[in-house]
Design a protein. Structure first.
Length: 276
């Protein structure tokens, strides 16, 4: 066998149009979406990191909608698989704070004016993520009235049961005593702690830790923990970059983030642990 025969074949390099990679990934679109508004070189990492966060929001929303739909079909394994994928995605999302977490006030101020009235709480995809967690608020649709498609998507999400609503309904179908006022609550409102849901999780965690509902509970707890870490990392990065000043877009800045960081996602999953 000749030495030439051992050489790897040259990959296909000649395409009639764009490459199949470009056709699938749309890299040229993604890498030309950055339009800094200041001369500060640090603005680019802020802009790209924010865009990356939006992409992670999009895939996490996809996973949680997949999980919610699976739970409606009583397909817990598919739901757990989607939740476990979202855990890895949340870890990647949370790592996005690292490039921003070292900003000094002077560095942030050098391009903060480029944001104008822009603020992260105006992110429609992040709002859909929060709605899926049960953090519903009709007032959060108001910033999107000027974007009909986005507003319609958010309005639909507001009126749909959250991921956790589907979990609670599953608990009821599996024999746990969930009262009608919880099962048929107004899903456009924020989920509030319910003693019956806490009792259901206490029963789940007092049984076989490898049972299907226990595995679901642990997948949800992993999600809740990482959402809490996301909120705290956001708080720390903001406190470091701007202290207690008012946030962009008219928010209360650090004070508002502190309030958010104190809230537990899927609250009964945490309180039930005190009774097992």
């Amino acid at each position: 066998m000749s030495h030439e025969a051992l050489e790897p074949e040259t990959p296909h390099l000649d395409f009639a149009g764009t490459t199949p990679y470009e056709d699938y990934v749309r890299a040229d679109v993604l890498t030309h979406l950055q339009h800094p508004l200041s001369d500060d070189p640090g603005e680019m990492v802020f802009l790209v990191t924010t865009q990356v966060m939006e992409l992670w929001f999009t895939v996490i929303v996809h996973e949680w909608e997949t999980a919610a739909e699976a739970l409606r079909r009583d397909d817990v394994p598919t739901a757990v698989a989607a939740l476990k994928r979202s855990v890895r995605e949340l870890e990647a999302l949370n790592a996005s704070w690292k490039p921003l977490g070292q900003l000094t006030p002077a560095q942030f101020n050098s391009y903060r004016s480029a944001l104008g009235e822009g603020s992260g709480f105006q992110s429609a995809m992040y709002r859909r993520l929060e709605f899926l967690l049960g953090e519903k608020s009709a007032s959060m649709l108001v910033p999107h009235r000027g974007a009909p498609r986005v507003h319609a998507e958010l309005e639909k999400a507001l009126h749909q049961p959250s991921l956790y609503d589907e979990v609670v309904r599953l608990l009821a179908r599996r024999g746990h005593a969930i009262p009608d006022e919880v099962l048929h609550r107004d899903v456009t409102q924020r989920h509030e702690h319910a003693d019956a849901v806490e009792a259901a999780w206490t029963a789940v965690y007092s049984g076989d830790e490898h049972a299907e509902l226990a595995r679901l509970g642990e997948a949800l707890t992993d999600v809740a923990e990482l959402v809490w870490r996301w909120r705290n990392d956001h708080l720390v990065a903001t406190r470091r970059a701007m202290g207690a000043k008012a946030g962009t877009g008219g928010s209360a800045g650090v004070a508002w983030l502190e309030k958010r960081a104190r809230k537990n996602v899927f609250p009964e999953l945490w309180t039930a642990r005190s009774h097992v």
